[in-house]
Design a protein around this ligand. Structure first.
Ligand code: S3P
Length: 428
């Protein structure tokens, strides 16, 4: 499927964003370990989340999505899956479910689509083995499919060399059912939705800086929550608003977890007009209203180090914004981007060059010289939702028509993106 985007204006301001994907995976999985029925509202109807739902059903979990996107989960003992658990293209689903099935005394096979089965899995295989799970993977235990036989695990201390919220979460989920304390020391702060949900569910978890200590629990308290809008999905509309003359958008009930909003911080540093109001700390996450408007001249910036994990999924989009900022933007120490749904460093460079951006690939990042007028072209999503949606934003500002090939990948996280974009824009 192609997505065609032309130079446009934004004509409507109110935007509703689907529920947060990262929190949805975690809430669904953790609720299977609760001591009663949970309800989670505003669950995104996306391919990634549906993959997690299907895997949980195969494990015997009783759940059903209603027409308002709420799901009730009644925990029951897990059953051995009779077929491989297919997490499709979702890295979060595979890594978090690996942590869950590692607590179970039966054999599970976790597999994914061709993209996911090429992504690195040694990062969960090694620490789960340390906790006594039997676990094997393709290509000398580096990739999925994974075969896992778990049971009574041992709590261990893990020092995380690669900053990864998925790995951290897998180990915390496994640690819930292990004997003894699970300790994790992060190298950089990554998204902490698992920790927040665990606290809300009454787990014995202590956090001090980058150190986490978790004691096993018998049962967690059930959840009754409404997921906030996903900041990583909202990001495309925010970027479009600051780049398009006359634009203004407002998003209510948006997730504004401090470990997810590096994108907002960087945009503000570049000169973007973004206002946050009605900030509210619910019992599991920070939620608020965000208003973004056309910002005129933007300035280049430097991105690396501690802020990176909080904007890791927004780097392709920030690269698009940087093409319209004055000066040279550098993004460094972002080598992890090569292991996402696509090699995002190489994909961004290839595709933005098609649109006539002045951009250079670095081994661990990007160098973007602005401000260069973009020109519409035929480009490829690299089967990566974040590349496709970033190119759509570029296309809104580029001269002429931009055709994004293989844009169906957008349904991985945001199936209504194209429709919503169409609704709020008109051609200029
Ligand atoms: C995610 C963590 C990040 C991010 C991914 C979602 C999560 O991956 O890129 O889109 O929900 O935990 P890593 O844990 O590999 O950094």
């Amino acid at each position: 499927m192609n997505l065609t985007v032309t130079k446009s204006r934004i004509t409507k301001s109110n935007i509703t964003i689907p529920g947060d994907k990262s929190i949805a995976h975690r809430a669904l999985i953790l609720c299977t370990l609760a001591n009663g029925e949970s309800i989670i509202r505003n669950i995104p109807d996306s391919k990634d989340i549906n993959a997690t739902l299907n895997c949980l059903k195969q494990l015997g979990v009783k759940l059903k999505r209603d027409k308002h996107n709420s799901i009730r989960i009644k925990p029951s003992p897990f059953k051995r899956p009779s077929a491989p658990l297919n997490t499709q293209n979702s890295g979060t689903a595979m890594r978090l479910l690996a942590g869950l099935v590692a607590t179970q005394p039966f054999m599970s096979v976790l597999t994914g689509g061709w993209q996911l089965n090429k992504r690195p899995m040694a990062r969960i295989i090694k620490p789960l083995r340390l906790m006594d799970a039997l676990i094997m993977g393709k290509n000398k235990d580096t990739q999925a499919p994974l075969i896992i036989k778990g049971g009574m695990l041992k709590g261990k201390s893990h020092k995380m060399l690669i900053p990864s919220a998925q790995v951290k979460s897998a180990l915390l989920i496994a640690g819930l059912k292990a004997k003894g304390i699970t300790q994790i020391k992060e190298s950089l702060p990554t998204r902490n939705h698992t920790e927040n949900l665990l606290k809300a569910m009454g787990a014995d978890i202590k956090i001090s800086g980058l150190n986490i200590k978790l004691n096993p629990v018998n049962k967690l308290k059930p959840l009754d929550i409404t997921l906030p809008g996903d900041i990583s999905s909202a990001a495309y509309f925010i970027a479009a608003a600051i780049l398009i003359p006359g634009a203004k958008i407002v998003i209510h009930n948006l997730g504004l977890n401090p470990r997810r909003i590096g994108f907002i911080e960087i945009l503000r540093k570049m000169g973007a007009k973004i206002k946050i109001s009605c900030l509210n700390q619910t019992y599991f996450e920070q939620i608020g209203t965000l208003e973004a408007s056309y910002s005129g001249t933007l300035h280049a910036t430097k991105i690396d180090g501690i802020i990176l994990p909080s904007l890791i999924d927004e780097v392709p989009l920030l690269s698009v914004v940087a093409t319209q900022a004055e000066g040279i933007t550098t993004i460094r120490k972002a080598g992890e981007l090569r292991f996402k749904e696509s090699d995002r460093i190489s994909a961004v460079v290839t595709e933005l060059k098609h649109l006539k951006a002045d951009i250079k690939e670095l081994p661990d990042g990007l160098l973007i010289k602005g401000k260069s007028p973009l020109e519409g072209a035929v480009c490829s999503s690299h089967h990566d939702h974040r590349i496709a949606m970033s190119l759509a934003v570029a296309g809104l500002t580029a001269k002429g028509k931009t055709i994004i090939r293989n844009a169906e990948c957008i349904s991985k996280s945001f199936p209504t993106f194209g429709k919503q974009l169409k609704k709020i824009t008109t051609k200029v």
